[in-house]
Ligand binder design. Structure first.
Ligand code: SAM
Length: 345
């Protein structure tokens, strides 16, 4: 009881403002690292509220930078905050925060793309996958160039229940370029519907929480920013390996304005293209005239199941990649003509 009252009442002591921290440690934003800072603590508080109740929670913050979002996370009453920051210049400012919240902050100087989050939290946290999500959250305002590949990696981790999802259905609250946020949450038939929509929604409940105008950041990025919350589903909507689903979805969306059969054809080598496309569409009972954006998750489930069955019956097919075949053909042509790969087309 006393401990929970202590958690609830935690507030950081008075500290220099984020602007003062930036000046104090000379933390000029590096353009090539796409650093854009949030200095308004009301906004960072709003991002943190999207994660839900964080009292007594374990949190991993990715890319804390000068620590605005970090302060809001600490003020939400977390028990344990692990921050992973790549840029050394931010470490002294983060140490100052750590001293202001004794025993709560652990600082990792490293790249989140290589960090083994499964080793970063205590062994009592894990919950069964089917249970409520564990009391562990990932929160971050990362550069767009990192957040998109990272969410794809984490979706694969969700599918395999490893990495940060070794603990169960770890929830994530992350920022993306507004267009990417819209694609992640786009429903069937929407013009924003894309590969990301299907890959994210078949594994997670995806919610766009709110948009932050670019002018709220320092320096101001070219685009607005969407805050997105992800809760992994207890059952993926498509029960096939991540790589197989990703291959089907990627091929279908490669001709996003053409009928869906055009992309499906590219899953098969030329000699059997028409025959196997027909088998796949018939087995999945999908209308070949639909556009990729009109296909629902159920359509993609049926297509992935049909493709899985065709691959099982045709050894070698699973590794076929249309783009690789094209590349080889171009190389051959290049050899014959004295051109290299880059010169062709
Ligand atoms: N969270 C801070 C905020 O909201 O003001 C900083 C945001 S800034 C857009 C992104 C931060 O992520 C920077 O501090 C940058 O150094 C850090 N960062 C970039 N790539 C990273 C990576 N691969 N791993 C860990 N941190 C990274």
């Amino acid at each position: 009881m006393a401990a929970s009252r202590k958690i609830q009442s935690f507030r950081l002591p008075p500290l220099p403002t984020i602007g003062e921290i930036i000046r104090l440690y000379n933390l000029r934003a590096e353009k090539q690292l796409s650093q854009n800072f949030l200095l308004d603590l009301r906004l960072t508080d709003k991002i943190v509220r999207q994660a839900g109740n964080l009292k007594g929670a374990h949190v991993c913050e990715v890319g804390p930078g000068p620590g605005g979002l970090t302060r809001s996370i600490l003020n939400a009453g977390v028990a344990d905050l692990l921050v992973v920051e790549k840029d050394t210049r931010f470490i002294p400012g983060l140490q100052l925060l750590s001293e202001a919240a004794p025993g709560k902050v652990r600082i990792i100087h490293g790249d989140i793309r290589n960090y083994r989050m499964d080793r970063g939290f205590p062994s009592f946290i894990p919950r069964k996958w089917e249970d409520e999500p564990p009391n562990l959250h990932i929160i971050g305002n990362l550069p767009f160039s990192v957040s998109t590949p990272l969410i794809i990696k984490w979706l694969e981790n969700i599918s395999n229940r490893n990495g940060p999802f070794h603990f169960g259905r770890t929830q994530m609250t992350l920022t993306f370029q507004k267009e990417v946020a819209e694609r992640l949450a786009a429903s069937t038939g929407s013009s924003q519907r894309s590969r990301l929509s299907v890959m994210a929604q078949h594994l997670c409940k995806v919610k766009i929480c709110f948009t932050i105008p670019g002018r709220a950041f320092n320096p101001k990025p070219q685009v607005d920013v969407g805050v997105v919350h992800f809760t992994p589903l207890t059952e993926p909507q498509i029960q096939q390996p991540f790589k197989l689903v990703e291959k089907v979805v990627r091929n279908v969306f490669q001709f996003r304005r053409k009928r869906c059969y055009r992309g499906i054809e590219m899953l098969f080598p030329e000699a059997r293209r028409l025959e196997l496309t027909d088998v796949m569409l018939k087995t999945a009972d999908v209308d070949h005239t639909l556009l990729p954006t009109q296909l629902s998750i159920s359509h993609f489930r049926a297509l992935s199941d049909a493709y899985g069955r065709i691959c099982a019956e045709n050894p070698g097919l699973a590794t076929y990649e249309f783009r690789e075949e094209l590349r080889q053909k171009r190389l051959q042509r290049g050899k014959g003509t004295g051109l290299n790969d880059d010169d062709v087309d």
